[in-house]
Design a protein around this ligand. Structure first.
Ligand code: NAD
Length: 316
């Protein structure tokens, strides 16, 4: 997509800044809005930092305009992406305003992690242009975006959103049904359900569980999806394993009591120094640094490969 679009991003937090960086780097005009002036003040520096991490010219941040006025942010927007906190009432309020205050041709997207799009778009006059654009954290380093089509979303709106994301270097996938958690979070939390149950029932501790994932099947997950892996080993073997395993897997239909008890005790994870395990400040910092470094290295590699492919297709 060579056309320079006006993209409004609502919420300059963790996700909003990353989303803004993606579209600045793709040379669109990005208007970033937040109700909190400090978040807005920090955003340009944050976005320049993301560019440096990706070894990208930080001058792409010149495409960014930070706005404290919502009306000015969305005026003439081609696409609005909402990235405010995960509260249904807040998102509904924002979409009710966007519904009547944006141009009818604008795409209205929410970055909700799990709320069905139809719940956010309930009672709008123009739900046909509302969809989910579920970026993963952090958007400037993780390429996948789930484009979620609700029952009222027009197919051409989905197509335009997919084309925009692909042209910005992202990897969009079309989620054809508007179900809670879409695809990625359903998979991620199905794994967490079993992980929590294994720890709660004393099969292993949290450290061991994470080692099993990282050093076992997780080591191949970035290059081999679970269904590819089943095809690789054979569906007959997969079926044989399921015959034994399925009756035994955890199928608690609500948050596990073990998780509820942790939260009730204030054991909220790294921010509290203890969650499923205890954390020193150094361990917490090292874990964050390890993640950032891994994601940044992979993202830089991806950008280099794209540039090489582009140069070989367009020699001279
Ligand atoms: P965040 O708390 O980092 O940022 C939210 C920002 O929204 C804050 O800067 C806040 O000041 C601002 N805000 C609050 N009310 C507002 C309003 N009325 N108008 C404009 N701005 C407002 O949150 P986040 O992690 O960036 O999450 C944002 C959305 O993205 C949520 O729906 C979340 O579920 C989703 N999401 C988060 C992740 C993640 O891992 N953090 C991943 C994917 C999707």
């Amino acid at each position: 997509m060579s056309e320079k679009l006006r993209i409004a991003v609502l919420g300059a937090g963790r996700m909003g800044c990353g989303i803004a960086q993606v579209f600045c780097a793709a040379d669109h005009r990005v208007f970033l809005y937040d109700i909190d002036s400090r978040s807005l003040e920090r955003a340009p520096e944050t976005i320049r930092g993301y560019c440096q991490l990706l070894e990208m010219d930080p001058s792409v941040s010149q495409n960014l305009r930070c706005k404290s006025d919502l009306e000015a942010t969305i005026a003439d927007a081609d696409v609005v992406i909402e990235a405010v906190p995960e509260r249904l009432e807040l998102k509904r309020e924002i979409f009710a305003y966007l519904d009547v205050s944006t141009s009818r041709r604008a795409i209205l997207a929410t970055n909700t992690s799990a709320i069905p799009i139809a719940e956010i778009a309930a009672n709008l006059k123009t739900p046909d242009r509302v969809l989910g654009m579920h970026f993963w954290n952090p958007p400037h380093l993780v390429p996948l975006v789930e484009v979620v089509q609700a029952s009222q979303t027009r197919p051409d709106v989905v197509e335009r959103a997919m084309a925009l994301l692909a042209s910005a270097g992202m990897s969009p996938v079309h989620v054809r049904r508007d179900i809670p958690g879409f695809i990625g979070n359903r998979l991620q939390h199905a794994l967490k359900r079993e992980a929590i149950a294994l720890v709660a029932t004393g099969v292993c501790d949290a450290l061991t569980l994470d080692r099993v994932v990282k050093e076992g099947f997780g080591a191949r997950l970035a290059v081999l999806g679970p269904l590819e892996q089943s095809d690789l080993v054979g569906l007959d073997l997969t079926l044989a394993i399921h015959e034994t395993l399925m009756p035994d897997l955890d199928c608690t239909r609500e948050p596990h009591p073990y998780l509820r008890a942790k939260v009730a005790d204030g054991k909220l994870g790294i921010k509290a120094g203890v969650g499923f395990r205890s954390w020193t400040t150094q361990e917490a910092a090292a874990t964050q640094a390890r993640l950032d470094q891994h994601l940044a290295q992979t993202a830089r590699q991806r950008l280099r490969e794209k540039q090489t492919n582009h140069q070989s297709r367009n020699p001279g």
